[in-house]
Structures are given as structure tokens and as C-alpha cells.
Design a protein around this ligand. Structure first.
Ligand SMILES: [Zn+2]
Length: 158
């Protein structure tokens, strides 16, 4: 039987690899950065994000986003708390606080978000969800493009 950690890591990988999740991730990441920028509420939970952008197509994507942002050093876990959502009744979720890197990212990226995001949704970087530029079509509905932070990335055309 798989351990909780293995299941968690598998879930994170699956949620992040799922190109269908891209539009929700973009919205949710903007919501997370907006919470950081506005400082409200701090500390926050993933429920503060889903309250703004709704639930993702797959429930794993909420935790995957929080973990990805923590790995990027934007947020850090403060403590565990009880989830409010009825469906997660009695389950524990993390309370997060932004790091100074997260604050810098929110200041830097949010003003750009509405400007550089392709209208109607173009391919985005799987690492950070920024729009990719210099697109080269690949087979099977994929493109190769460049992210300003992550260089060459392969992405699915939405
Ligand atoms: Zn990127």
C-alpha cells in the first residue's frame, strides 16, 4: 500500500502535468499573489483562494498549487488548521504566510498579468503559468516556447 507521502507526490505530479488544469492554475496563482500583495488575509489557506476562483477540475490541484508556490519560495507554512469546507470536514489544511520573495513576485508579476497574458489563453509555462513566447509548433497539439524565467518549455496548446 502506498504511503501518504507517495500518494501526495503522485497527486502533485499528476495535477501539475494535467494541461486541462492550466486556466484554473493561472487564476488561482493570480489570486494567491493578490492575497500576498493586499496582505489580506494573512496567514491564508487554500480555501481563501478557492473562495475567489472556485474549485479546480481535480481536487489535487489545490494542494499542488500551494506546494508549487512553496517550492518556489513564495510562501511558507505557518501551521495546520481545520478545513472549513464540509467535504473536507475534520481534515487539516495548511495556513501560509508570504515570504519576502513572494511579496516581490506579487509586486513584479501582478501588474503584468493582464498585459502579457494572451487573450483567449495561449500556451503557458508549466512551471510558473506565465505565457510562453517564440512559439514553435510540435506534433500532437504541443508547442515549444520560451518562458522569461524558465527558458524553453514544452506546453500543450489550450
Ligand atoms: Zn516559467
Amino acid at each position: 500500500m502506498a504511503t501518504g507521502r507517495e500518494l501526495k507526490e503522485e497527486g502533485i505530479g499528476r495535477a501539475l502535468d494535467n494541461p486541462v488544469s492550466a486556466p484554473w492554475r493561472v487564476l488561482a496563482q493570480d489570486a494567491l499573489l493578490t492575497i500576498i500583495k493586499d496582505g489580506s488575509p494573512i496567514p491564508f489557506t487554500s480555501e481563501d483562494i478557492t473562495a475567489r476562483v472556485g474549485q479546480p477540475p481535480h481536487p489535487n490541484q489545490v494542494g499542488a498549487l500551494m506546494n508549487a508556490c512553496a517550492q518556489r519560495g513564495w510562501i511558507r507554512r505557518v501551521e495546520m488548521t481545520t478545513a472549513d469546507r464540509a467535504i473536507r470536514h475534520a481534515s487539516l489544511i495548511s495556513r501560509w504566510t508570504p515570504t519576502s520573495l513572494g511579496r516581490t513576485e506579487a509586486e513584479r508579476y501582478l501588474p503584468l498579468a493582464s498585459v502579457i497574458r494572451p487573450i483567449g489563453g495561449g500556451p503557458i509555462c508549466p512551471e510558473c503559468t506565465r505565457p510562453l513566447v517564440d512559439l514553435v509548433p510540435l506534433l500532437g497539439g504541443y508547442v515549444m516556447g520560451k518562458c522569461i524565467d524558465h527558458g524553453k518549455q514544452e506546453a500543450r496548446t489550450p
